[in-house]
Unconditional design. Structure first.
Ligand code: BES
Ligand code: ZN
Length: 612
């Protein structure tokens, strides 16, 4: 296999030799052939004497020709063999002249591009127009644009995107009014500018029949017409969250903060594309109870998008800090430290399940995993989020509490903004910020925190006052005999918030399997099969599968078929797989729906079902 970068085990590029400084896209969206076609101009700079080639990452990209954009002269190039995890290395012979040049790559994406999902009109809410969206994190940008696809490099970008008139195109950038197409009146040219240098995984595009509603002074929510109202209601606290984040971390520098609610197959809860966060429609609970995902994506505007992990081994710097800030925002908005700690405690239990049961204390349970030869999608889990959060929460207490630590956080962002860093740089800065606390910091078992497999050395003690009623109800259900079910009442859940219901169900999931009679009774009383809240639904359906209640199988299939968020789809498929009687149904359902699924979700579920 072609050599990978010494700086980033998941990229072929060599920015230490020749570095891309900016990127200008000129593309047309072709829904018929499911391709983006056009060219990209890469402004490049030789970093060392004698360097002859520019090395780029690509995956499934059809390169037509490469020229020196200044004089149109063709440049020689060679495309390496395709590696399943990392795609193909593209080597371009640089023009001889100066240290700086502009390389123009004429190319087409493939309908199989792992970054792009192309939806037929029937797969949208409106059913009338096709739809396109991208998801580039972690290493899919290379299947949309030939680029140095490493988060260690940041570039500003511009784009001109041609699309049919009735399609609105948005990108992770500031947009200006679309222009008329010079020759074809059925098309428009959409224009974008991202002046802040960003890593390639933050390049994003969407095209569809979407509309917007203003939800704040710098925010619109975009989605298909059918959902605009619901989305505007659900995310009405966006501006408050932005202001809280600014109070914690300094000014929001990206100008616009818009939200895009995607079609149901979007594989993540949210994606922090600059200027335009992407979110799953499964957040539309109707009561704003799942909007903490927005607080999370907002936080990435600082931790992740301003201060970025240098490569995917240091992903916890992005996600751990972001969860940490997200919870501070949630705590402040609800004026409740107890809520913050309740959320943390709930997720710490999920962390334990993932580390011990799913990942079996294996190599991906390290805070800083070794990703040589590894596709980051395979290593992705809750670990960097919650092990990272645990470390930061523990440090906060150790170093004197929120007042002290929040100042550090702000200084950290100021110090490293617009840079890409690794865990050692973070740690060195921590030591330099607290010169008087070296002794305390030396008591931290850094080696274990960073590199040991399994649970973190310390799980902080969290305030569990909000968990008390959840624990009580869970205890009552798990200890009740079959003839004692009369004690339960449809109103048992009415005094609980939806996060508490999630916690109640999560606690029951940790108990030994319930008899079918109990889950049936629970459904009868609490009408759980009819609950729309996606987080509640996930735990409820997992509980039914654990109880081996056959009647629940169709509900599970409905849920995994009607949305594609991996956080929901993967555990449910894994659970069905583990239940021998349900396994063939699960496999058959997957095979039937695979063609409609997002590429990444389908790839991961196929692995979960041991089909690859
Ligand atoms: N950046 C992530 C999503 C992501 C990570 C996509 C890695 C691809 C590769 C996003 O910010 C995220 O963490 N989303 C979470 C939200 C949650 C932790 C509040 C999700 O999707 O569930
Ligand atoms: Zn995140």
């Amino acid at each position: 296999m072609a050599a990978l970068s010494p700086e980033d085990p998941c990229s072929y590029s060599r920015p230490d030799e020749c570095k891309v400084n900016s990127l200008d896209l000129n593309l047309e969206v072709d829904f018929d052939s499911k391709k983006l076609c056009g060219y990209v101009d890469l402004t490049v700079e030789r970093m060392k004497d004698g360097v002859q080639n520019l090395i780029l990452d690509t995956r499934d990209i059809d390169i037509q020709k490469i020229t020196d954009a200044d004089n149109c002269q063709e440049l020689k190039f060679s495309l390496g063999e395709k590696n399943t995890n990392f795609g193909s290395k593209l080597e371009v012979q640089l023009p001889l002249s100066s240290t700086k040049s502009k390389v123009r790559v004429h190319y087409e994406t493939s309908p199989q591009s792992t970054a792009l999902q192309w939806l037929r009109p029937e797969q949208t809410a409106g059913k009338r127009h096709p739809y396109l969206f991208s998801q580039c994190q972690a290493i899919h940008a290379r299947s949309m644009v030939p680029c140095q696809d490493t988060p260690g490099i940041k570039v500003p970008y511009t784009a001109k995107v041609t699309a049919p008139r009735d399609i609105t195109v948005l990108m992770s950038a500031v947009r200006s009014e679309p222009e008329a197409h010079p020759t074809d009146s059925s098309k428009l040219v959409h224009q974008f500018n991202q002046k802040v240098p960003i890593p390639t995984y933050l390049i994003a595009i969407v095209g569809g029949d979407i509309e917007s509603r203003k939800i704040g002074p710098r925010s619109n929510v975009w989605t298909e017409k059918e959902m605009v109202e619901a989305a505007a209601f659900e995310f009405s606290e966006t501006e408050k969250m932005l202001q809280t984040a600014e109070a914690l971390m300094g000014p929001y520098i990206w100008g616009q903060y818009d939200l895009l609610v995607l079609p149901p197959s979007f594989p993540y809860g949210g994606m922090e594309n600059p200027c335009l966060t992407f979110v799953t429609p499964t957040l539309l609970a109707g009561d704003k109870s799942l909007a903490d995902v927005v607080a999370h994506e907002i936080s990435h505007s600082w931790t992740g998008n301003l201060v970025t992990n240098r490569n995917w081994e240091h992903f916890w710097l992005n996600e751990g800090h972001t969860v940490f800030v997200e919870r501070k925002i949630t705590g402040r908005l609800h004026k409740s430290q107890a809520l913050l700690e309740f959320m943390a405690a709930g997720r710490a239990k999920e962390l334990k399940e993932t580390i011990e049961v799913v990942l079996k204390n294996g190599p991906y349970t390290r805070l800083i995993p070794d990703l040589k030869g590894v596709d980051p999608d395979d290593a992705f889990s809750i670990v960097p989020y919650e092990k990272g959060f645990s470390l930061l929460f523990y440090l906060e207490t150790l170093l004197g509490g929120p007042e002290v630590f929040e100042k550090f956080l702000r200084a950290y962002i100021e110090k490293f903004k617009q840079q890409s860093i690794d865990s050692d740089q973070w740690k060195d800065f921590l030591y330099s910020y607290f010169p008087d606390k070296k002794d305390v910091l030396d008591t931290v078992e850094w080696d274990k925190w960073f590199f040991a497999q399994g649970m973190p050395p310390i799980i902080p003690k969290y305030d569990d006052s909000l968990a008390v009623p959840c624990k009580q109800l869970c205890q009552r259900w798990s200890s009740a005999g079959d003839n004692e079910l009369g004690q339960f009442d449809p109103n048992d859940l009415t005094s609980l918030t939806s996060v508490q219901v999630v916690e109640f169900l999560a606690l029951l999931l940790e108990e030994p399997k319930l008899p079918v009679t109990k889950v049936q009774k629970m459904n009868e009383l609490y009408k759980l099969n009819a609950v729309k809240n996606s987080e509640v639904r996930l735990r409820w359906l997992r509980l039914c599968i654990k109880a081996q209640w056959k009647d629940a199988i169709p509900h599970v299939l409905d849920f995994v078929n009607e949305q594609g968020r991996m956080k929901f789809v993967r555990p449910l498929y894994r659970d069905l797989y583990g239940w021998e009687e349900a396994r063939p149904t699960a496999i058959q359902n997957f095979q039937t729906h695979r063609g409609e699924m997002h590429n990444t979700t389908a790839t991961m579920v196929a692995k979960d079902l041991k089909l690859t």
